[in-house]
Write a protein that binds this ligand. Structure first.
Ligand code: KG4
Ligand code: ZN
Length: 332
């Protein structure tokens, strides 16, 4: 049975997990740094890197103990090698290199986006290629066609903010705290989504790209006007963002008619209203809809271990060299 250790440290989650070839998450630990970054209203890269450096080694030790596995029992050590905050990525990747060297186990340098893109296959073994993927997180906002492991075609990206970033900035404007996405979602439940007139940037344009900067500015103006309740602004923002996503996806799906499944991944996929709107869209397009459980949507190491397992299964697999660099930018 294939057994892979995954390490994730590209943003503000320190995580380690052991996953096996039958999609079992044998052990996993995750330490959020929310408390460290909350006073700053966003992730501070230097603080993140230091926290990863302090936590990762004992965490790896702990998951190995939880799983009752020795390093030598592993088939690979998979670590996020980018894209992300470079200090944090380096901590995870260098740790993985050291473990790989000490135990003579192959290293797999995983693209964090590939981790998100393949995470639905960890959750659902019926998910076959090709599929249409909406990848929405704090740093990324893309529509991809996933043809196979390692074969991705990007149909759309954002020209300014990512969707999760728009949730985070809205939360900051509205004083809802950090991290913003879950806070906006909670507040939106108490509000009226029609109460505040907000723009739907890019809606109607022929290319399926995203833009959220104008929506964020409109949220700021609405809040500063003093005319609206915070809950109504949160609900109206969430609805405007969802309308943008659905309109952009409708265009992209026209180019992927052979894809039978619509998949969502990334932190924003944890949002129940976003999931419900996507499910409805998929039904209209006669597509199946798959969303991983929320814990697999936000950053985690199980998805990195799983991407490692998928890579191990490729015909032309070869381990990554120990001199491979951490990459702040790394498009799929
Ligand atoms: O995938 P992720 O954990 O990290 C990145 O790779 O960026 O995504 C984090 C992002 C944050 O912007 C967070 O606010 C957003 O996902 N998010 C949500 C929800 N949960 C997390 N956005 C909207 N609603 C949520 N429930
Ligand atoms: Zn992520």
């Amino acid at each position: 049975m294939v057994l892979v250790l995954g390490i994730e440290s590209s943003c503000d989650e320190t995580a380690a997990a052991i996953v096996d070839g039958e999609r079992r998450i044998v052990a996993q630990r995750i330490a959020s740094q929310d408390a460290e970054h909350a006073p700053f209203g966003g992730v501070v890269p230097e603080i993140a890197a230091r926290a990863h450096a302090e936590r990762l080694a004992p965490m790896v030790e702990a998951v190995l103990a939880d799983a009752d596995v020795a390093l030598n029992d592993l088939d690979a050590i998979a670590a996020t090698a980018g894209p992300g905050l470079i200090g944090g990525v380096m901590v995870g990747l260098v740790s993985a290199k050291a473990l790989a060297m000490a135990s003579d186990v192959p290293l797999v340098a995983v693209n964090h986006l590939e981790g998100h893109a393949l995470s639905p296959r960890l959750a659902d073994e019926s998910l076959a290629f090709p599929y249409a993927l909406l990848l929405v997180s704090g740093g990324h906002c893309q529509i991809l066609r996933v043809d196979d492991v390692g074969q991705y075609r990007r149909l759309a990206t954002t020209i300014d903010d990512a969707l999760g970033e728009a949730f985070d900035k809205t939360a900051k404007i509205l004083g809802l705290g950090f991290p913003g996405g879950p806070a906006v979602e909670r507040k939106a439940k108490e509000g009226d989504a029609q109460a505040v007139p907000l723009p739907r940037p890019m809606v109607g344009s022929g290319e399926p790209h995203f833009s959220f900067a104008g929506l964020k500015s409109a949220v700021l103006r609405a809040h500063e006007s003093g005319k609206y309740e915070v809950a109504d602004i949160a609900a109206s923002f969430q609805q405007a963002a969802i309308d943008c996503v659905i309109d952009r996806l409708r265009i992209a799906l026209d180019e992927m008619r052979d894809c039978k499944t619509l998949v969502v991944a990334g932190g924003v996929a944890a949002n129940a209203s976003v999931r419900a709107a996507l499910e409805e869209l998929a039904a209209k397009h006669d597509m199946q809809f798959i969303a991983p459980p929320p814990k697999l949507c936000t950053d985690n190491a199980a998805m990195i271990a799983w991407a490692g397992i998928e890579r191990l299964g490729m015909k032309d697999f070869s381990p990554d060299p120990l001199d491979i660099s951490a990459r702040p930018r790394w498009p799929l």
